[in-house]
Ligand binder design. Structure first.
Ligand code: ATP
Ligand code: MG
Length: 390
């Protein structure tokens, strides 16, 4: 029997009556993501998902890497199935985990018996297989508390499975279960992290990026497409809506006080992102704002940007330090791209002394000098959509 991948469900198992739909969503996400690794059968039984290759040339390493990046899974392991027979289980462990058994000094066998018809209980299976392994590898000692290697045996419905230690899965909830949100993706470090964090809670993302050519370069735009592509490893396929922002920025510069420039610009971003949300059925916005990080991220400034939209703005990194955000960004693989040195539209016409404690009524007053509706329409007509996939 071919090696398979076993996935343990995370929070999904707490979902009570909705559990079936969570599992189904997770399995359909997995099937879609596994497509380019060959043909796999994906089924679920007793809080475990089985990923079984159907052809000899399936890419198991690729599939395993994908399984570790699918939200809703708490642990992942490769496992070898064998017949439900105590001696077959021992032989399977010996062959499949031979190099691990040679390398370890201490070990134990831990058995789960889901099939209660199996004639031995889990303690008996562990003792039997452990005993034979001790004979086969005379250097090995049993340590039930802190073994170098834990040999897992699972006796399930169709077969028994042998595997070594499992690795952590991506956690979170299956994408799609939490609805859709529009994430504002800049070329910075923070917004890829905030996108990842909300996707992890089961949310399908639509991405929005604002560009201001010729002030921002084609490389800056390409960098964001690249970041979006890197995020697909976690977030799945997404659409990136690229919104032309030059005319809006020029108009703000022409008609509004310099110290309010960033605030008014951010209000336009919120409005345009909400318009994309309306078009795509999304119910919230996501930003990478962190309290106090820059002038536009004080509580007063956040009040001013929230006022420009009517749907909730999710800010998952709001309480995180830069160092903590960077650690996540490294973990998810976006950091190296984020630090490429291309200008973002936020750095175009930056005020010398940005207002940190703005007054909402004043901001609205300054903004009324602009044709907000007209500028919005113009920007939305110019939106370019890029579908990003792995
Ligand atoms: P980041 O590292 O994500 O760029 P930042 O610390 O540079 O964030 P700002 O530039 O003030 O902070 O942006 C705050 C948030 O606004 C970003 O995290 C992102 O969600 C959104 N944002 C900023 N610029 C853009 C842009 N050009 N396109 C889309 N969203 C943007
Ligand atoms: Mg930025």
């Amino acid at each position: 029997m071919n090696e398979i991948i076993l996935l343990k469900l995370g929070e999904v198992v707490l979902k009570g009556l909705n559990r079936r739909s969570f599992e189904d969503k997770l399995m359909s996400n997995l099937r879609r993501r596994l497509q380019h690794c060959g043909s796999f059968r994906v089924t679920s039984k007793q809080s475990t998902i089985y990923v079984e290759p159907q052809e000899a040339d399936c890419d198991m390493d690729g599939a395993y890497a994908i399984c570790k990046q699918v939200f809703g899974v708490i642990a992942v392991t490769r496992a070898k199935p064998c017949a439900k027979d105590k001696d077959d289980i021992f032989r399977c462990a010996r062959v499949y985990l031979d190099s691990e058994l040679r390398a370890a000094k201490t070990f134990k066998v831990e058995t789960k018996r889901a099939d209660k018809r199996f004639p031995m209980n889990s303690m008996e299976i562990s003792a039997y297989v452990g005993g034979l392994l001790c004979e086969a590898y005379p250097h090995l000692k049993v340590d039930v508390h802190r073994p170098d290697l834990c040999v897992h045996v699972e006796v399930r419905e169709k077969a028994a499975y042998v595997h070594g230690p499992s690795e952590p899965g991506a956690g979170g909830l299956p994408i799609g279960m939490g609805g859709t949100a529009v994430s504002l993706l800049s070329g910075g470090i923070d917004s890829p992290v905030s996108s990842y964090m909300i996707a992890k809670r089961g949310v399908q993302l639509e991405l929005v990026h604002f560009v201001s050519p010729p002030y921002t370069s084609p490389q800056a735009r390409e960098k964001v497409v690249q970041l979006a592509r890197e995020l697909t490893a976690w977030c799945g396929r997404m659409t990136l809506h690229i919104v032309p922002f030059t005319h809006i920025q020029e108009e703000i510069r022409r008609a509004c006080p310099e110290d309010h420039f960033t605030l008014i610009m951010r209000r336009f971003m919120m409005r345009l992102a909400e318009a994309v949300a309306r078009r795509t059925g999304a119910k919230a916005l996501v930003t990478g704002e962190s309290l106090g990080q820059v002038a536009s991220q004080t509580m007063d400034a956040l009040t001013v940007s929230d006022d420009a939209c009517t749907i909730p703005v999710l800010r998952p990194v709001i309480g995180m330090d830069k160092a903590e955000i960077i650690a996540v960004s490294r973990k998810i693989g976006t950091f190296e791209t984020s630090i490429l040195p291309y200008e973002d539209c936020c750095t175009v016409f930056t005020p010398r002394h940005p207002k940190t404690h703005p007054i909402l009524a004043e901001v609205r007053e300054y903004e009324s000098a602009l044709d907000i509706e007209g500028l919005m329409m113009e920007a939305l007509e110019g939106v370019e959509r890029v579908v990003v996939r792995q």
